[in-house]
Design a protein around this ligand. Structure first.
Ligand SMILES: Nc1ncnc2c1ncn2[C@@H]1O[C@H](COP(=O)(O)OP(=O)(O)OP(=O)(O)O)[C@@H](O)[C@H]1O
Ligand SMILES: [Mg+2]
Length: 277
């Protein structure tokens, strides 16, 4: 309506220059059409994003409840296998007992997998409580816990002081537990293991890193490390998938660098990248 009025005004203001009026009108119409197209694309994009988010959260609650409901029948399989072993051991014979042992081991492994999946799901589902977090202190606490669990291992820790972040303290602790826990685990065979926690403070947003001189990995698989169902070795590796979810919940990014036999570095941010690097 407003555009029509503007056109009428334009036409009446320049009656002696019809060619110019036609040209102006065409330009006006084309600009409007382009604006309309970009507006529609914008709306479509926003709608698609909302739909994807809804689908994602539905899928998340579906897997959560499936995993949750699988626990009870599993407990029953494990419980009755145990009862069978206890009460009917003689009738079963050696081979029967052996088979039952495998059944129980599988049931327990599956229960562990389900618990891990539920824990991973909770990372996405729980509410975030943003506070100022002393990352250096957090890293030191996690390092002390790892060291206390295995006092015989000599590891040189280097933890940069004064590193802070804004985020969910519990989730950030879980991320550091996984990253430092991995560094601890994958330097296990190194006679002079070194583990470092630090940050590239002149970057914006600040880039935190965990580095070690352990087993490292082949960079060909750098993106597969973070997926739950794209594992390198076994099927029950959840650590880095958890780290990635935590970092994403803070609008940050995580990436891995490594070389087989020469250690690994994991870099992460906890804020959205605003300016180009
Ligand atoms: N610091 C590291 N050095 C070398 N390889 C690593 C390191 N951290 C992770 N990886 C590789 O990435 C894989 C996935 O790591 P992730 O933490 O998800 O699993 P995991 O430690 O094997 O199992 P989980 O964390 O569930 O106990 C590891 O199995 C390993 O191959
Ligand atoms: Mg791990």
């Amino acid at each position: 309506m407003v555009h029509h009025e503007a056109l009428v005004q334009l036409l009446s203001a320049t009656p002696e220059r019809p060619a110019l009026v036609v040209e102006s009108a065409r330009f006006f119409a084309e600009s409007l059409a382009a604006f309309d197209v970009s507006l529609r694309a914008d709306v479509a994009l926003r709608e698609a994003k909302v739909a994807a988010e809804n689908a994602n959260s539905e899928l998340e609650s579906f897997s959560y409840s499936v995993a949750h409901d699988l626990r009870a029948p599993l407990r029953s399989i494990d419980g009755f296998s145990h009862a069978l072993l206890e009460d009917c051991a003689e009738q079963l014979g050696d081979q029967g007992r052996e088979y039952l042992k495998y059944i129980r081991e599988s049931a327990q492994r599956m229960a562990q997998l389900i618990d891990d999946l539920l824990a991973l799901s909770r990372v996405t589902r729980t509410e975030m409580h943003r506070v100022r977090v002393d990352m250096s202190m957090l890293a030191r606490t996690v390092a002390e816990e790892l060291q206390a669990a295995d006092k015989h291992r000599a590891v040189t820790w280097t933890i940069q002081d004064g590193l802070w972040a804004t985020g969910d303290a519990r989730l950030l602790r879980a991320a550091l537990e996984n990253l430092l826990g991995n560094a601890w685990k994958f330097t296990g065979k190194h006679p002079e293991a070194r583990i470092q926690f630090g940050a590239l403070v002149d970057k914006h947003p600040i880039v935190y890193f965990v580095r070690d001189n352990g087993a490292g990995f082949d960079m060909t698989y750098k993106d597969k490390l973070f997926g739950v169902f794209q594992r390198l070795h076994s099927t029950d590796e959840f650590g880095l998938a958890t780290v990635q979810r935590i970092v994403r919940r803070h609008s940050g990014r995580v990436r891995a660098e490594g070389e087989t036999g020469r250690g690994a570095s994991f870099y992460f941010t906890l804020e959205e990248e605003t300016a180009a690097p």
